[in-house]
Design a protein. Sequence first.
Length: 329
Amino acid sequence: MDSLDLQVLQQARDWHRSGRAVWLVTVVETWGSAPRPPGALLALRDDGLVVGSVSGGCVEDDLIERIRTGERVSSPSEIRYGVSKDEAARFGLPCGGNLRLVQEPLIDASWIDEILARTARHELVARRLELSSGQVVLESAHRGEAFSFDGSTMRAIFGPRWRLLMVGAGQLSRALAQMALALDFEVICCDPREEFNLTWDVPGSRFAPGMPDDVALELNLDPHSAVVALTHDPKLDDMVLLEALKSPAFYVGALGSRANTAKRKERMALFDLSADEISRLHGPIGLDIGSRTPGEIAVSILAEIIAVRNSVEIRQKKPLETAGPACAT
């Protein structure tokens, strides 16, 4: 469900529309320490151009060589790498890892348009491929579903891009936006203060000049959304937090010291929020990496967001006796 796979599909569609022959290659099974998980996707053009990845690089080199030497499948088929220890080493599969792939020619790209349209609406979509016929069927999917392959049917899950809503258009937000964009987040910055929003110019991000709570409602925050409040102004930060903590957003955080975070939670308790909803608030925001500069604080915030997204236990947090200054994470 990596949104980078959507970029692979878009490029494959564009190549197909330009008249080039294109093949899609999907990791369907791994053993040992294979570099890429099941569902990882690659698109391969008839001249050897590649987008996406199914390994650390050596398998891609072999797939390109197959295409350039005329091995071009006309129906879905399987390829295995690393069957022997020597072959695993040759293709960069550590510890005797093995890799099983499905390669398929892109005959009709119309299903890609539908996936891109549905994921843009923040829907989860499953693509089912029948290997015997090459038939592709799109189905609704649900959060928590995983890639599956039973030897005859492959079912891949495609989800919307991860979104990051930031409240505040200051220097920290700029650094955070640039890093989040590099990690393939859709970035929205909200700040109703004219003296801040008139200077927002981060390419690739979107600026929303409305009130933070209204913007949060308009975005219809979902489990692919993260929200960070960075203004230090309770009139702005608290408003978006009230909406975000009630939403399915996978991460909600606010900048501030432990003392300010405790006061913020006390204010939250005065509104229609349960104790469980308030406990979802991450604060002080970010991992404890000794960050002080805006860039360093942005790194710590993104590290925590990614850890929460990946369901990794948060271990690198400040001990209670070293809370640090209000702007530190």
